[in-house]
Design a protein around this ligand. Structure first.
Ligand SMILES: Nc1ncnc2c1ncn2[C@@H]1O[C@H](COP(=O)(O)OP(=O)(O)OP(=O)(O)O)[C@@H](O)[C@H]1O
Ligand SMILES: [Mg+2]
Length: 269
């Protein structure tokens, strides 16, 4: 049995701009504040922006990692003690779609380092490119971020359908972002859950919701993570509860989760 401690998660969405990168970063902060170690990986290879939200310009990125002699540790950027990130790069077309050799190199260079953290979180690009699907299939769990907009719901369903039918993945944690009320968040989750039950015969789990909060928009402008910029903001409190729920989920499902490798080899189908 695999007894490693790491929980690996992909944060993904059907529609773009729903809040994935902000969620990865701030959830990372919340877990760090709760005494956990975490590594974030910017897997949005076309339009990377974890570094932008942090206001930093890393010297190296995932593209360098593909080169011989460069190890994951050489690319790693420390955000806080025990809280690190692997930056990606924007505007490099050959990285948007990785071929199998590139995927293999990345996987081999990452797998050992990843096992040293309590949490590994992958910030994926939006949509259903083969790179996104491969990354999503690599991790133990997947968080699908949806907003109450109808287009976000239909795009999420389309993405989940591909993962279910082509990658045989059946477990998804749904996180509703930019909700204006608890009732709206509940309705959003239930709509998606019902469609997935009826048409794909899968049961979705709810991870909760984050309020729409202008303070988050302001934190993006200031290039400072929300949890640092305004720890008392409504969305910060939501993200802290979310981190607690994730930690509980990890404990409750420990047996089931640790049996799976932290990172699986890519499965392209
Ligand atoms: N809870 C929220 N309240 C208010 N605005 C939000 C919230 N979450 C996200 N936003 C807005 O959405 C914008 C996009 O967020 P973010 O970059 O995290 O999305 P994304 O899903 O990573 O986008 P992409 O698909 O382009 O990678 C933010 O800059 C912010 O303006
Ligand atoms: Mg993003």
């Amino acid at each position: 049995m695999n007894t490693n401690k790491t929980l690996s998660l992909s944060i993904m969405s059907g529609k773009g701009g729903v809040g994935k990168t902000n969620i990865v970063l701030n959830l990372g902060y919340a877990l760090h504040n709760a005494g956990m170690t975490a590594m974030l990986m910017d897997c949005d290879l076309g339009l990377a922006n974890l570094d932008v939200l942090l206001g930093i310009s890393p010297e190296r990125n995932l593209q360098d990692l593909l080169r011989q002699g460069v190890d994951a540790e050489d690319v790693l950027v420390s955000i806080e003690d025990g809280f690190d990130m692997l930056p990606a790069t924007s505007g490099v077309p050959e990285l948007v779609e990785m071929d199998e050799d590139m995927q293999d190199i990345l996987f081999k260079k990452l797998v050992n380092l990843a096992g040293e953290y309590d949490y590994l979180m992958l910030d994926l690009g939006a949509g259903i490119s083969s790179t996104v699907l491969s990354f999503a299939a690599m991790t133990q769990l997947r968080i699908v971020v949806v907003t109450p907009e109808p287009t976000s719901l239909t795009d999420s369903y389309a993405m989940i359908k591909v993962l279910v039918t082509q990658h045989r993945i059946r477990d998804f944690l749904i996180l509703v972002n930019q909700a204006t009320s608890a009732a709206e968040a509940k309705q959003t989750f239930e709509r998606l859950a019902m469609t997935c039950k009826n048409f794909l015969n899968i049961t979705l789990s709810s991870l909760g919701y984050i309020h729409q909060d202008r303070t988050l928009v302001e934190s993006v402008r200031r290039q400072t993570p929300l949890l640092k910029f305004a720890p008392e903001a409504r969305a910060s409190k939501d993200i802290n509860s979310l981190a607690r729920r994730l930690m509980r989920y990890r404990e409750d499902n420990r047996e089931r989760i640790v049996e799976r490798p932290i990172l699986r080899d890519f499965v392209l189908m």
